[in-house]
Design a protein around this ligand. Structure first.
Ligand SMILES: [Fe+2]
Length: 384
C-alpha cells in the first residue's frame, strides 16, 4: 500500500470554561498594543464580554471595535474592516463571534497585510504575506473557522460565495470557551451543529483524508450523534455545549486538512446565489450529494450511518442512505426549515449558473467522486 503524503496545520488551542479570559495574555504575547475587535453588536452586548475587555485592560491592550459584519460576510465588510485596521494602526485581530465574524476577520487580516482587494485572494494559496496575529473566540459550534485554513467571502456584485484557502488563515490561537455558547438561540445551535456534522462527514469521505483526519472526523460524528437530539432542550447545559465545541473543533481540523466535498460545493453555490444561511443550504443538498457519493466510499458511509444510529443489520444501500439522512434530519429537532430550493425563490433557469459555480468550487477537488456538468445539473434539479 502506498502511503501518500499528507500535511497538517492546526492553531494553538485552549479549551474550557472561561477560556476567553486568556485574550489579553495572548495580545500581550503577540505584542499587539492595539487590536481590532471584530465582532457583532449582539455579541458585544453579552455579559461575558466584560471579562474579555477586562483581560485586554490588564494586558494594557487597546481595542477598536469593528462590528459591521453581515451573515455570509461580504467583500465590502472585509474592506471596511481593513480600512479601520490600518487607519487605527492596529497590530492584531481579536475575532469574537460566529463563523461569519471569524471569516470576515481573516479577510481583514489578509487585506491589512497584503493590500489590494479581498477578491484578489480567492482561491488556494494566493496569500503571500502572513496575517497579523489572529485570536479567535467562537460563539457558535459549527463553522470550524476558529481552527481552519479556510475563509468564505461573498462577492456582492456577482452574488457568489468564494473560498480562500491558505495556511496563513490558520488562527494563531483559538480560545474555545463554553460560556459564550450558552446564550446562542436554538436555531443557530442546530444549524451550526449540522454544519459541523457535515464537515466531519465530508472530511471523512474526502479523497484527501488521512489517519489523522479520519480519527478526528469519526470522533466528531460520535459526539454529534451523542448530543444532537437534545440540542434545543439542553441549550443551557454546559457539558452539552462543551461537547458541541469539541465536535466542531475536531470536524474543523479534519476538514481544514482533508478538504470538503460536494455538499459544500453545492451549498456555496446556493448560499451565494440566494444568500441563504449556510446550515440550511447544506441541509437542502445533503441527501442528493450523499446518494451521489455513496458508491465511491461505501465502507465509510456505512460506518457513518452506524454511528448515527442506523442498524448494522440494514445492508441495502438505499436504505442505509435513507436511514442516515433521516437520522440527520431528526437531529434538527423542532427546527423545520423547508428543504426545497424552490421555497427560497430559486428558479430552475438558475441551474446552469449553479452548476458552473459548484464546478469551480475548490471543495469539488476533494470529493470522493468527481461529478461532471450533467451530474451536477441532475443534482441541483433534485433539490427543487
Ligand atoms: Fe460548512
Amino acid at each position: 500500500m502506498v502511503r501518500e503524503h499528507r500535511k497538517f496545520v492546526i492553531p494553538e488551542i485552549i479549551t474550557g470554561d472561561n477560556a476567553r479570559i486568556y485574550a489579553g495574555r495572548y495580545t500581550s504575547n503577540f505584542h499587539s498594543d492595539t487590536v481590532l475587535l471584530a465582532t457583532d453588536e449582539s455579541v458585544f452586548r453579552r455579559k461575558w464580554m466584560r471579562e474579555v475587555l477586562l483581560s485586554l485592560d490588564e494586558a494594557g491592550t487597546e481595542y477598536v471595535i469593528f462590528s459591521d459584519i453581515e451573515e455570509n460576510p461580504r467583500d465590502y465588510n472585509v474592506m471596511a474592516g481593513a480600512d479601520v485596521y490600518l487607519s487605527e494602526e492596529c497590530t492584531g485581530i481579536l475575532a469574537i463571534g460566529g463563523g461569519s465574524v471569524l471569516d470576515c476577520a481573516k479577510g481583514i487580516g489578509i487585506v491589512a497585510a497584503n493590500g489590494g482587494n479581498i477578491l484578489d485572494y480567492i482561491g488556494v494559496d494566493l496569500v503571500r504575506n502572513p496575517m497579523p496575529p489572529l485570536i479567535c473566540v467562537p460563539t457558535t459550534a459549527g463553522s470550524g473557522a476558529d481552527v481552519s485554513q479556510y475563509a468564505v467571502i461573498r462577492n456582492t456584485a456577482k452574488k457568489t460565495k468564494n473560498i480562500i484557502v491558505s495556511k496563513s488563515l490558520v488562527p494563531d490561537v483559538s480560545l474555545l470557551d463554553t460560556v459564550p455558547l450558552m446564550t446562542q438561540p436554538g436555531d443557530v445551535t442546530v444549524n451550526s451543529g449540522i454544519d459541523a456534522l457535515t464537515h466531519a462527514i465530508e472530511a471523512y469521505v474526502s479523497n484527501g483524508a488521512s489517519h489523522f483526519s479520519d480519527m478526528l472526523a469519526l470522533e466528531s460524528i460520535k459526539l454529534s450523534a451523542d448530543i444532537f437530539p437534545f440540542s434545543l432542550d439542553r441549550a443551557d447545559d454546559p457539558d452539552h455545549r462543551f461537547q458541541s465545541l469539541m465536535a466542531s473543533m475536531y470536524a474543523g481540523i479534519a476538514f481544514s486538512n482533508a478538504g470538503l466535498g460536494l455538499i459544500h460545493a453545492m451549498s456555496h453555490a446556493i448560499g451565494g446565489m440566494y444568500d441563504l444561511p449556510h446550515g440550511i443550504a447544506s441541509s437542502i443538498v445533503m441527501r442528493s450529494a450523499i446518494q451521489y457519493n455513496y458508491s465511491s466510499s461505501k465502507r465509510k458511509y456505512r460506518k457513518i450511518a452506524h454511528i448515527l444510529g442506523v442498524s448494522p443489520d440494514i445492508t441495502d444501500d438505499k436504505r442505509v442512505v435513507t436511514g442516515m439522512f433521516e437520522q440527520i434530519m431528526d437531529m434538527r429537532g423542532s427546527i423545520d426549515n423547508p428543504l426545497s430550493l424552490s421555497v427560497y425563490g430559486a428558479s430552475k433557469a438558475d441551474i446552469p449558473d449553479l452548476v458552473a459555480r459548484s464546478a469551480g468550487d475548490p471543495c469539488i477537488a476533494t470529493n470522493p467522486r468527481i461529478p461532471g456538468r450533467k451530474d451536477l445539473s441532475n443534482l441541483f434539479e433534485s433539490v427543487f
